[in-house]
Design a protein around this ligand. Structure first.
Ligand SMILES: Nc1nc2c(c(=O)[nH]1)N[C@H]1C(S)=C(S)[C@@H](COP(=O)(O)O)O[C@H]1N2
Ligand SMILES: [Mo]
Length: 341
């Protein structure tokens, strides 16, 4: 039931995905059918991790390709979502992950040998019960659910992605934060041998690694904040942040830090990578806001990446909080969102 081919991704010479491919069509329709099967089962009684045999969930495009594995979920928000999913082939080939190169095609090209098992995610800082999860525990300690979210990059493109994961709040509660825990800091793996962007200013965009991010504790505890371990029914490809990454859908994409090794509860606001690099352009909050432009471009609209090529008409209006205002506007009710960009 969960067996499917990931499809071959097409990258043209300039690194841009070509238009509609066979893989785009097959991927999405097979995926939708799979979800209908899951719906029929009510998601009940399924094991949370289903290691696939044979070709199941494994990208057979070339032998050096990272192997993803099928995952099972206990529930999904798909009934509540009307946006068209971005085809899987685009989700995994148009990426920002500067550790593997600053061009959109480079993460997929340079990350296929990324070794995610063994992995170690430490939860520490202002907590009563610090703990560490190993690779297998990332998929087994918490029930996995599917969350289809819009992802809005600060560069004014967007996608709709079916993530698999669990609420960040569950992990934080497990660690029992102390009363001093006001912020949550996240850190990406630092491993220049595996991540060529970390040892080359040219590839890595001048970032001072490791990549770090942060949330206020109430933002982190909001039920939309997700720790994702998969997309499109399988474990994350490395270019999307394997084995575990944050997804905060009402904020610009750079807050959704990838390949996390440490989550630290803190009393002080932690430094964050893009804010360090260009504080006038990227704030700590980074809430999607069509009324507050980036100093160098408008944020009023965005290019939605769907099927279709460059000339597809896919310019849409950007929504306040990326359309999640009902769930998150309260977090900012006394704040000036122009100052706190
Ligand atoms: N460690 C790390 N996390 C990162 C980034 C990065 O360069 N390094 N890029 C961010 C940006 S700018 C975006 S838009 C999203 C993109 O996620 P995706 O490639 O899965 O769509 O990842 C975010 N997380
Ligand atoms: Mo981004």
């Amino acid at each position: 039931m969960l067996i499917k081919n990931i499809g071959k991704t097409s990258i043209s010479d300039d690194g841009r995905s070509r238009g509609l491919t066979e893989a785009d069509v097959t991927d999405e329709s097979v995926y939708v059918k799979r979800r209908q099967v899951l719906k029929g089962l009510g998601f009940a009684g399924a094991s949370s991790l289903l290691w696939a045999n044979g070709v199941g969930g494994i990208n057979t495009a070339n032998a050096a390709t990272f192997k993803t594995k099928s995952l099972e979920v206990v529930k999904s928000n798909s009934d509540l979502v009307s946006d068209t999913l971005t085809p899987e082939a685009k989700v995994i080939s148009h990426n920002n992950f500067y550790e593997f190169g600053a061009q959109k095609n480079e993460p997929q090209e340079n990350a296929q040998k990324f070794n995610v098992d063994p992995w170690s995610l430490t939860v520490t800082g202002e907590v009563e019960k610090p703990f560490t999860l190993d690779y297998q525990q990332l998929f087994s300690v918490f029930d996995l659910e599917e969350r289809i979210y819009r992802l809005r990059c600060v560069e004014a493109w967007s996608m709709v992605i079916p993530w698999l994961g669990f609420e960040l709040s569950k992990l934080i509660k497990r660690a029992q934060p102390t009363s001093k825990a006001k912020y949550v800091a996240f850190k990406t793996l630092y491993d220049p041998e595996q991540m060529p962007g970390q040892s080359s200013r040219f590839l890595g965009g001048g970032i001072d690694y490791p990549y770090v991010e942060g949330l206020r504790i109430d933002e982190a505890m909001n039920s939309l904040s997700l720790l994702s371990v998969g997309l499109y029914g399988k474990t994350l490809p490395p270019q999307n942040g394997a084995p575990i990454r944050l997804v905060v859908p009402w904020k610009y994409g750079f807050k959704s830090i990838k390949s996390i090794v440490e989550i630290k509860l803190m009393e002080e606001r932690p430094p964050t990578t893009w804010n360090i690099l260009a504080p006038g352009e990227y704030g700590f909050f980074a809430n999607v806001n069509p009324e507050v432009d980036h100093p160098r471009w408008s944020q009023a609209s965005e290019r939605r990446i769907t099927r279709g090529g460059l000339f597809t008409r896919n310019r849409i209006k950007t929504q306040m909080f990326n359309g999640y205002g009902e769930q998150v506007a309260d977090l900012y009710r006394n704040m000036d969102l122009r100052k706190n960009y």
